[in-house]
Design a protein around this ligand. Structure first.
Ligand SMILES: [Zn+2]
Ligand SMILES: [Zn+2]
Length: 410
């Protein structure tokens, strides 16, 4: 996004203060977030995030005001990295709740605190959760136990033994960062880097805390109750804010990402919000019509079969599919793929009736000797019938294969 003006993206004047910038961001973020069905726009949302990252940071904003984007690339990054996409303060999102992130590649916050000097933000954690087909469709409450790094209670995260003090790092005077000014052909550039004396922490410990070996953090177990919303699918990601690892010395806490995996169902095949089911019907039902009970995720439902139903007919049962994640009151459809079951074991009486029916309808069951082609042997007929059966079967299986494939996409 080379020629983008961050002020116009946020629609604020250059004189805007931090509060005005934050307010503008929240307003626009709510509108552009991909979760927003009406005005959501992932590309614009990411641009907005990029603009906000710069304008909400005093140092970056100053560099941007003076040198534009070039200034940011030259002077801003702690480790000399030109990427600002990885260090974004999500606290601005608190009003959007736990954002469903199945839209994002997940890289917009990937490297925790990489570009900024000072103590590093805690790591994000991943938890893989398997759900039953029905649980994913209707939502479920799940208890999970995770282990994350939390502040050591002995030293309150300082890493210093009780009675021992943290001493201010004298290389950086406790800032955790050192500023280096370089003169170049294009002017002077200030570069802020992580203090090598204290690794950006601003202080050093006199005597290490024994509980945590001076790390300030301990691994702790935690049980969480999660509300999984209706309509999640394999690959859906739920972010639980603040349940990742704690950062050192009170630096930001990472988030927990719950990745959903949905088990396959023996009857239903899911394609986003649509559910497919294969339903056998008898020849009589196909010919005469009637009604029957068909399985749906919500239980058995009455389905009307019209007379003269052909093999391969698909009947739509409205709103018997999966709820939309963003609009749970709305549901997709269930598509019923009908196939006609031909009876295989007939009693003598049944045979007679079928024969009579064929006679009534003037259906010829054999080709008279005089009309048969020379090479015909009857063997071919059987062969063709098998082929048709195979074809019928393979159409549904092909559909099933496609949907199973889709549900694995992330
Ligand atoms: Zn400790
Ligand atoms: Zn230092």
């Amino acid at each position: 996004m080379a020629a983008q003006d961050y002020y116009s993206i946020l629609e604020v004047p250059k004189t805007a203060g931090p509060d005005e910038i934050k307010k503008a961001f929240r307003k626009k973020a709510a509108a552009l977030h991909p979760d927003n069905k009406d005005t959501g726009d992932e590309t614009k949302f990411k641009e907005l995030v990029a603009a906000y990252e710069v304008l909400s940071d005093e140092n970056k904003k100053a560099l941007y005001d003076r040198y534009g984007e070039d200034g940011l690339k030259r002077g801003g990054g702690g480790s000399g990295s030109a990427s600002y996409g990885s260090d974004f303060d999500m606290s601005a999102f608190s009003d959007l709740g736990e954002i469903f992130e199945y839209f994002f590649g997940g890289n917009f916050r990937g490297g925790q605190g990489r570009a900024r000097g000072g103590p590093q933000r805690g790591a994000d954690l991943r938890f893989d959760m398997e759900l039953d087909f029905q649980e994913a469709v209707f939502g479920v409450e799940k208890k999970i136990t995770i282990k994350h790094q939390r502040s050591c209670s002995t030293c309150h995260g300082s890493g210093a033994a009780p009675g021992s003090n943290s001493v201010t790092c004298n290389s950086c005077g406790g800032h955790g960062q050192v500023r280096q000014t370089t003169s170049t052909l294009f002017g002077q550039f200030s570069q802020i880097t992580v203090c090598p004396g204290c690794q950006g922490e601003g202080s050093k410990v006199e005597k290490a805390c024994e509980s945590c070996s001076g790390k300030g953090l301990l691994r702790k177990e935690r049980t969480l109750e999660l509300k999984i919303p209706a309509g999640v699918d394999t690959g859906s990601r739920i972010r639980v804010t603040g349940e990742g690892d704690s950062g050192k010395k009170g630096a930001g806490v990472g988030d927990l990402y719950v990745i959903v995996h949905v088990r396959q169902h023996e009857k239903f095949i899911r394609e986003n919000t649509t559910i497919h089911i294969k339903q056998p019907i008898s020849m009589s039902m196909a010919a005469l019509g009637g009604d029957m009970l068909v399985d749906t995720v919500g239980g058995k439902r009455l389905l009307k079969i019209p007379s003269g139903t052909q093999a391969g007919t698909v009947i739509t049962m409205r709103s018997e599919g999966v709820p939309f994640l963003s609009h749970p009151e709305k549901r997709g459809d269930q598509l019923v793929h009908l196939f006609i079951e031909t009876p295989t074991k007939l009693s003598d009486e049944e045979k007679e009736l079928y024969a009579k029916l064929a006679e009534l309808r003037g259906e010829k069951l054999t080709v008279p000797e005089s009309e048969r082609p020379q090479s015909s042997s009857g063997k071919e007929g059987k062969h063709d019938k098998d082929k048709d059966k195979e074809k019928d079967k393979s159409i549904f299986d092909a559909i099933a294969g496609v949907f199973k494939g889709k549900s694995h996409e992330e």
